[in-house]
Design a protein around this ligand. Structure first.
Ligand code: UTP
Length: 293
């Protein structure tokens, strides 16, 4: 059972990032020199994924265009003899095979994934959220695929969060497994009220799912926030078969949140081969000179 396909849901409204996201999808906001979504697609490609399924909605065509061939731009760059830039732009459209499906209403992440069922079919698949970035040596998706090759069951990526922040995440509870950084899930809950869980294991935007999830999603009723929650369907799936939580190696940035976005720009900027050193020096200078008055 090879993981060949990845669903990237990008149909959300991005209300946390208004007004920036009024006319521009949040997934197209730039981190240093490329949109957030390109990093995520590159992670999928580097992890061996062969096909991406974007779950889109009205106003998200910029994402599809970004991964498409732009004949006009290519012609202009050739005319201006900008060969390297032209190649770089064309490489984006050659990265991977992309398919789009539409989520007609923003009914929640669970519903968005269900929308991709006919393209995925009856095989396990990866989900990468379109605004969740992971900076790591080995791509997060690849780490998860390695674990999948051992367990052959669904896996959710997790990070440890301070106990006073658990109400902001989907939280999993479970028992330690023999494998490193791996927990066998016994319970999960979306945004638990403070004091209702003792677990600090928060779900982030990377999943490997068995195709049984589609049947479960088709009967999942709206949960937290009136949305069809993926976490509710995952909990139902744990009743049928094993599911694992994997504490990935790396740092996750929620680029759909203003603070997470700023942190991502700094982290990726500092690692940029041409800009990193100057940015480091500049940050030291501005921090030393900063006067809040
Ligand atoms: P978020 O809750 O982070 O996205 O959903 P959002 O709804 O766009 O953002 P806010 O909270 O209003 O700022 C996580 C992921 O699920 C997708 C989003 O695009 C994002 O990648 N999503 C969410 C959908 O595709 N459809 C939905 O109905 C909800």
């Amino acid at each position: 059972m090879k993981i060949r396909k990845a669903v990237i849901p990008v149909a959300g409204l991005g209300t946390r990032f208004l007004p920036a996201t009024k006319a521009i999808p949040k997934e197209m906001l730039t981190i240093v020199d490329r949109p957030t979504i390109q990093y995520i697609v590159e992670e999928a490609v580097a992890s061996g994924i062969e096909q991406i399924v974007f779950v889109t909605s009205e106003g998200k065509s910029a994402i599809e265009n970004h991964f498409d061939y732009n004949f006009h731009l290519d012609a202009v760059l050739k005319e201006k003899n900008k060969v390297t830039l032209g190649e770089e732009i064309n490489n984006i459209s050659n990265l991977i095979d992309v398919v789009s499906v539409r989520q007609k209403k923003p009914l929640g992440l669970g519903h968005a994934i269900w929308t991709a069922r006919n393209v995925i079919g009856d095989e396990p698949f990866m989900v990468l959220l379109g605004d969740d970035m992971v900076l790591s040596q080995v791509p997060c998706a690849k780490q998860m695929i390695s674990l999948f090759e051992q367990v052959g069951e669904s896996i959710v990526a997790i990070q440890r969060v301070p106990m006073n922040q658990t109400h902001q995440y989907g939280i999993v509870e479970g028992e330690d497994d023999d494998r490193e950084r791996t927990v066998r899930i016994t319970r999960m809950v979306e945004k638990p009220a403070p004091g209702t869980t003792e677990s600090d294991m928060a779900i982030i935007g990377r999943y490997i799912l068995m195709p049984d999830i589609f049947n479960i999603l088709s009967t999942t009723t709206p949960g937290h926030g009136g949305e069809i929650q993926l976490t509710d369907a995952l909990l139902a799936l744990t009743k049928k078969r094993a599911m694992y939580a994997y504490e990935f190696q790396g740092t996750r940035y929620d680029a759909g949140d203003k603070m997470g976005y700023l942190k991502a720009i700094i982290a990726y900027g500092l690692r940029h081969p041409d800009l990193g050193q100057s940015l480091r020096e500049h940050l030291l200078e501005v921090t030393a000179a900063y006067d809040p008055s």
